[in-house]
Design a protein around this ligand. Structure first.
Ligand code: ADP
Length: 397
């Protein structure tokens, strides 16, 4: 089946056009600066063809028209007719408590997505715009929503409730949802394959470490707990997000610095994390470089980042009553030997025997042969999961 996978942001649309039989990406591209001056579409085709066009792309509907035009283009396209697009799969950030799995989008689902906007006011509206845009341009093509939250939908109550009055959960649905679910699901399944056992027999801790970062405890194939919470702000230190802290800091800082709710929110989401602690950068490569050059605050940011991961790895091993595999993924998890080393160093008591040489080489397995806990480096592929879920759901229709 040929599936178009879309990840729609407020001013950008990332797309990948899949041939699911070959599990191959025939073309992938980005429409950037939607609604702004200098809007541009760039695409790479499977055979290496590379193209970039500028245009006046005022909204998401226009952007989808550009994507279709490119996929159909004589010189740079991959299809001859629009009807070759058999389904569209969307990454949707927040499914709330309504969706515990991927779904075919109909009017009822679309309404439920609108109802969930309040939970993800930054992310869900552009996802919905993308769905509406496809509906306008290709009304007969089935669309599927794949949620960042749904893999975590089976978390037990003790993992998702917060210690605040229960009425707040009832009234406003304040609870842990968790994010990056598609990635945690994909890499835990790959880890089980590498381990050579069925995922239903394994306890796996998955670390998705990119600009946003989260860890999940995947207990026999089910997400039992995860570090991101009501929003993606909780848990690990991230590029620009603060992660865990005493909630009293919020009210105290707002009082001391005279900040509004919006300003405090921006401070915690955009000016904290690696950026805030180091004062240098949100980019781990630059943090590592600055730390190597003797920059103490960059070193502190690096240490804080890795220390939190270590804490959660231990916590989740305890929560699951053991751990068979530890997985690193995301831009940092896949590419930073220094972070993996700082997390896995001196963890023999948990069954991790770290292989420094393999780690430096960027091998797929960075634990020793005899290590009881296997440590894997696995490239995530959220788009492939979306394409395959879409195929399955549309095929089942
Ligand atoms: P996003 O969450 O935006 O998808 P990515 O998963 O691409 O982000 O991760 C981006 C992060 O990965 C950045 O902090 C970047 O510095 C880091 N990264 C990429 N390559 C390396 C590397 N070789 N060493 C350390 N960090 C790296």
């Amino acid at each position: 089946m040929k599936v178009l996978v879309l990840n729609c942001g407020s001013s950008s649309i990332k797309y990948q056009f899949f041939d699911t039989e070959r599990q191959a990406v025939m073309a992938k591209g980005l429409v950037d600066r939607i609604g702004m001056a200098g809007a541009v579409l760039s695409q790479k085709r499977e055979d290496g063809d590379d193209v970039r066009i500028a245009g006046e792309i005022l909204d998401h509907t226009a952007a989808i028209q550009y994507v279709l035009g490119m996929l159909l283009s004589e010189n740079h396209g991959v299809i001859k007719d629009k009807s070759e697009i058999q389904a569209v799969g969307h990454r949707v950030v927040h499914g709330g408590e309504t969706f515990s799995g991927s779904v075919l989008i109909d009017d009822r689902v679309l309404k439920a997505l609108y109802d969930n906007i309040e939970l993800a006011p930054l992310h869900n509206p552009p996802n919905i715009k993308g769905i509406e845009a496809v509906k306008n341009s290709m009304p007969d093509v089935p669309q599927v929503a794949v949620f960042d939250t749904s893999f975590h939908a089976k978390m037990p109550e003790k993992a998702y409730l917060y210690g605040i009055p229960y009425e707040l959960y009832r009234r406003h649905k304040i609870r842990r949802y968790g994010f990056h679910g598609t990635s945690h699901r994909y890499v835990s399944e790959r880890a089980a394959e590498k381990f050579g056992k069925d995922i239903s027999e394994l306890k796996i801790v998955t670390c998705h470490l990119g600009n946003g970062a989260s860890i999940a405890a995947v207990d026999r194939g089910v997400s039992a707990d995860t570090t991101m919470g009501f929003t993606p702000l909780e848990g690990l230190l991230m590029g620009t997000r603060c992660g865990d802290m005493d909630p009293s800091v919020v009210t105290y800082v707002m009082g001391k610095e005279g900040l509004t709710l919006a300003e405090m929110n921006t401070m915690m989401n955009k000016h904290s994390g690696l950026t805030g602690v180091s004062g240098e950068s949100s980019d781990m490569r630059e943090i590592e470089e600055a730390a190597a050059g003797g920059n103490k605050r960059a070193q502190a940011a690096f240490d804080l980042f890795c220390y939190r991961i270590r804490k959660y790895v231990g916590a989740y091993a305890a929560a699951m009553g053991g751990m068979d595999a530890l997985v690193f993924t995301g831009g940092i998890g896949e590419n930073s030997p220094a972070v993996r080393k700082a997390v896995c160093w001196n963890m023999e008591f948990l069954g991790i025997e770290f292989n420094e040489k393999k780690n430096e080489e960027g091998a797929d397995v960075v634990s020793t042969e005899s290590s009881r806990v296997k440590v894997y480096r696995i490239s995530t592929n959220e788009e492939l999961v979306i394409a395959l879920d879409t195929m399955e759901i549309v095929g089942d229709k």
